[in-house]
Design a protein around this ligand. Sequence first.
Ligand SMILES: Cc1ncc(COP(=O)(O)O)c(C=O)c1O
Length: 375
Amino acid sequence: MNIRLFKPSVGKEELKNINDAFERSWIGLGPNVNEFEKQWANFVGVKEAIGLNSATAALHIALKSFNFPKGKKVLVPSLTFASTATAILYCDLQPVFVDSDPNTLGMDLNDMKRKFDKDCVAVMPVHYAGHPIPMDELMPWARENGLKVIEDCAHTTGSLYKGKALGTWGDFGCYSFEEKKLMTTGDGGMIVSNNLELMKDIKAYRWVGIDKDNWKTAQAYTEVNKDAMHWFYEINLLGYKYNMNDLAAAIGLAQLKKLPKMNAKRSEIIKKYLDGIKNLSGIKPLVPYEVDKYVYQMFGIRAEKRDELMLYLKSKGIATGCHYTPLTLQPLFMPYAKDCNYIEKEANSFITLPLHADLTNEEVEYVIENLKSFN
Ligand SMILES: Cc1ncc(COP(=O)(O)O)c(C=O)c1O
């Protein structure tokens, strides 16, 4: 057997939508992106969503839009993918790395409060693996201290935490549709907010400073009226080429329909894993999975004999990973590293196991059997 770690679940529904885009012969920023934005905003329950080419882009322009003075500080977990912290460097700001909570592995809010100083301007909580950061505790503290809040939702599709969707607690929520995520557009991302004032420049940031609907503009090119300036646009800010395109959105629209089913399948698999490992010594679940409440992009374990177990699983054709090497151990970020001792040590026990919506029962059983036989 050869079992992949992650795999996008795509098929004829996505192909049909791509085919429709081909027939319309409009594959750039256009009506599919508009429709996907509308449906995503509806799905999450938020006032506005804007489609981008990645969550990296979303995190970058979310932070950029506040125009913080150069050199100010942003609180960010050490345990995250590079993009959460590269967004800070892109904006000429300084990351202040926060250690993890030993139970959830999310940002430790006590360490965050300890590391806060008057130069901090924002905080970027990451709902690691899909497990929520206690936003009901973080938000009042952030507001008291004048901090902007950008939620990294790359590992969630907006599960409800205390009745409110992840991604809608802070100023901005940033989602990823990269191919390993809960749903995919190949590569893609979405930025959302309930604050329309904050969203007003985001379209210009995503498309080199131009805030114009490409698709509507093209329709107006041949409208018979007295307007000879239908082509005109004004550039008022330094934007990026970060827009989503209609091919990605075509895939996204099909994936969004399948998402509840795919998420339910993931939860079912996680339950099987949890049951399978519950009596194994030296192995614990990565985070306190609560599959009836939240969706999880990753299933992982903490293993005492991490490397031996990884090699064993590899020999059985089972792909594994490690998410992540804490950023404070990465050469790029080392100059900013300070006291993330817990996660720097604990991450040596992490193993990510195969999890995707097309994983069969037989494959899940096979992984569990091999975890048992190693034990
Ligand atoms: C926590 C986290 N943040 C941000 C990103 C970046 O997402 P994207 O690949 O869509 O830019 C990822 C992707 O792996 C991620 O895991």
